[in-house]
Design a protein around this ligand. Sequence first.
Ligand SMILES: *Cc1c(COP(=O)(O)O)cnc(C)c1O
Length: 430
Amino acid sequence: MNYYSLNKKAKSESFRNAVIKGLAPDKGLYFPESITPLPSSFWDNLDNLSNSEIAYEAIKQFVFPEIPENVLKSIVAETLSFDFPLVPLNDNISSLELFHGPTMAFKDVGARFMARCLGYFNENNTNEVTVLVATSGDTGGAVANGFLGVKGVNVVILYPSGKVSDIQEKQLTTLGQNIKALEVDGTFDDCQAMVKTAFLDTDLTSHMQLTSANSINVARWLPQLFYFIFAYKQLHNQHKNIVFSVPSGNFGNICAGMMAQQLGLPIEHFVASNNENNVVTRFLLTQLYQPKPSVQTISNAMDVGSPSNFIRIQEIYKNNFESLKENLSSYSFSDKETREALLEIYNNYNYVADPHGAVGYLGCKSYLDQNPNAHCVFLETAHPTKFLNVVEDIINEEQPLPKQIQSVMGKQKVSVKISTYEDLKGFLLN
Ligand SMILES: *Cc1c(COP(=O)(O)O)cnc(C)c1O
């Protein structure tokens, strides 16, 4: 598959080159040249397919021929070596738990898939690649874990100092080996801006092959479309009118869901659930797209003022506002509402959500108010103990730490503090 740049000024690239470059030279995000719906036999036979088989069929058109069949089969099998259970809360709402991977964040799937693709591309060559990634919380840990020990790949993670949870910080600063963490005196948007500047700095890029492991990278973004098919498989025999409420920050996850829909996934609607960083909620109301600086919330992985994947969503809908609006609703919730929702989920259903999942749950409720016959699945994007202080404070009960989390808590944080782009550049060139 070839990928074109959404800024339309750079040339199209193979999957391999799109993954290695991350962002096109004209600053555009890569987008696949075609999307061929999967045959009806695939959808009819879903109940008989394993997760790996589903994933293989769903992604192959996007990665062939650069990744051959047998390699792709093992990449998806290794990537998906954990469960994606769907937990019904009531007749109308279910939680799709995406946190059973090694760092307990849904980003594990994209990070593991991308690391394996890059590892494969690098197998026979001695050119090192540096993966540069900005994180608002969970990306860093997932990428660090996914890429740990991958030959020929160095990983540099930028995170906003004091704005990620303790557990998240431990997950991205304690691994060592080929993983380095930079603690930025600033916000996530500052981190993301530095990463973007680095990609366009020819001084740097003439010295090293830089790539990104944010959802701008097609190998991180596309595998997320699996979740929606996995959920559909578990639901379609009981429920029609399936709707997904996706707690959204950079809009990579929800955009991947829309790609699944382009592949033929028969679902009714998407809900983009936002915290107070609500540029898309406002866009759907006013038709004005006005990014603004991010504000800090208790669902910090969604504290994104200028969501990078929204441009891909616009491309899917050919920039047609009306057709986008038919398929996408968006709601925005305050921290106060999020706390109340978390408590409500706990009291009514004896289920512990994390703050991001709670925002997703609120999105379901808002949608169901208008569409009472739908079945709404909210994506539970992180394990609640990753936001331990917030969650325990709300439900007033201590939470046991899962083994994935326990294993990092005692380790020593290692990070380098930086505040400007020049600091970053100096670090990379040394
Ligand atoms: C990254 C993240 C999100 C937002 O996902 P996007 O693809 O950036 O919209 C939501 N919840 C959690 C826990 C995350 O880590």
